[in-house]
Design a protein around this ligand. Structure first.
Ligand code: NAD
Ligand code: TDX
Length: 340
């Protein structure tokens, strides 16, 4: 049976990937490494913990000795690195942590792969490494050869990790792949991110803080489609290659927020325009031709269906996010939004 080591599995996409693999791949065992930052949540992994094919380690990827010990013991066949500080607004407040986890943590993971038999390594990256596109040029999309042009400390740290991963391939022949995905949405997303934040605030009849004029565009992909893309790249992706992942689903922030109001039967008068994010990227849009043509990947969930089931999930799983928004997240929210 193949053993896959997954970092960041207690976070949003990592947990969805863990469940995708446990539910569809009886031939795979999963070892999850996660330090449980504010964004990691053991309740998310409750069902996985009951599965004999799943093992969990509370472990920071920056800690070389701890990571080496897990590799010694588990001897994984491949590694997928989801672990990261992932929120742009937090990176504007505290860039150092982003560099430590998102760059140096990746180095530790790849060094462990090298010293344990040149283990296959997949780096989960983001379209944000390309910077942004103009709003008035719908013809322009990010391809894998678009130059890296990161705007935030978060995206700069992810770009640094991508370059390091590709350098480890060229220099040490480490079998590396990189995927750069657009904005994900779906179950278990931490409520600091646009879609769950707006759902939670709507349900509490709280103001809906839209940055700037709400005209920035993101390219949304249902998280399960991202997980399937990563699985395909792991199995069939060409070593040393980058794959863009996205579903041609560009939406303006304001339209997403209005749609959520509609789904929850809440008045649009809750919408409050607040001070814009510093350096706010205007538009992201992925060209997924390469992964479609080479690996046959196409997104399967239409946004209209995915957003309905996501809203339904947050309605059906209130204890999961209510516990989060009533904990230390409250201080973050106050800090970030009080005087905005
Ligand atoms: P998340 O913030 O929900 O989860 C991150 C997880 O990593 C958490 O469980 C956290 O505890 C863990 N973690 C953080 N620092 C760690 C460390 N030093 N050691 C071990 N574990 C650590 O993030 P997400 O939205 O699930 O994103 C996962 C990955 O996908 C990230 O690499 C992110 O850059 C990338 N990505 C995210 C999106 C998106 O829309 N969310 C889109 C494209 C790419
Ligand atoms: O309160 C808000 N109001 C608002 O208008 C928040 C939290 C966000 N926004 C805007 C900012 C963005 O234009 O909504 C858009 C989406 O914001 P986020 O959910 O913070 O996502 P984004 O900055 O686009 O980054 C996300 O996608 C790429 C993930 O957080 C990254 O980890 C991923 O790499």
């Amino acid at each position: 049976m193949k053993k896959l080591l997954v970092t960041g599995g207690a976070g949003f996409i990592g947990a969805n990937f863990v469940y995708h693999m446990l539910d569809t791949r009886p031939d795979v065992r999963l070892v999850c490494v996660d330090s449980l930052t504010y964004a990691g949540n053991m309740s998310t992994l409750a069902r996985a913990m009951a599965d004999s094919r799943f093992t969990f380690y509370r472990q920071d990827i920056r800690d070389r000795a701890g990571i080496d010990a897990i590799f010694d013991r588990e001897k994984p066949d491949a590694v997928v690195n989801f672990a990261a500080e992932s929120h742009v607004d937090r990176s504007i407040e505290d860039p150092a942590l982003f560099l430590q986890t998102n760059v140096l943590g990746v180095q530790v993971m790849m060094d462990a792969c090298r010293s344990h038999g040149n283990i296959r390594f997949h780096q989960v990256s983001t379209d944000e490494v390309y910077g942004d596109l103009p709003l008035d040029r719908p013809d322009m999309l990010f391809t894998e050869s678009t130059p890296l042009h990161a705007s935030s400390p978060y995206s700069a740290s992810k770009a640094g990790a991508d370059l390091l991963a590709l350098a480890y391939h060229r220099t040490y022949a480490l079998p590396v792949t990189v995927s750069r995905c657009s904005n994900n949405y779906g179950p278990y997303q931490f409520p600091e991110k646009l879609i769950p934040l707006m759902i939670a605030n709507c349900l509490a009849d709280k103001p809906l803080p839209v940055y700037g004029k709400g005209l920035n565009v993101r390219d949304w992909l249902y998280v399960e489609d991202h997980c399937k893309a990563i699985e395909l790249i792991l199995e069939k992706g060409r070593i040393g290659e980058v794959y863009n992942v996205g579903g041609h689903n560009e939406m303006r922030n304001i339209d997403i927020v209005k749609l959520i109001c509609g789904e929850l039967h809440k008045p649009e008068s809750l919408i409050t325009y607040v001070t814009d994010r510093k350096g706010h990227d205007l538009r992201y849009a992925i060209d997924p031709t390469k992964i479609r043509d080479e690996l046959g990947w196409v997104p399967e969930t239409a946004f209209a269906d995915g957003i309905k089931s996501t809203v339904r999930w947050y309605l059906d799983n209130r204890p999961w996010w209510e516990e989060i928004v009533s904990g230390e997240y409250r201080d973050y929210y106050e800090r970030m939004y009080a005087n905005r």
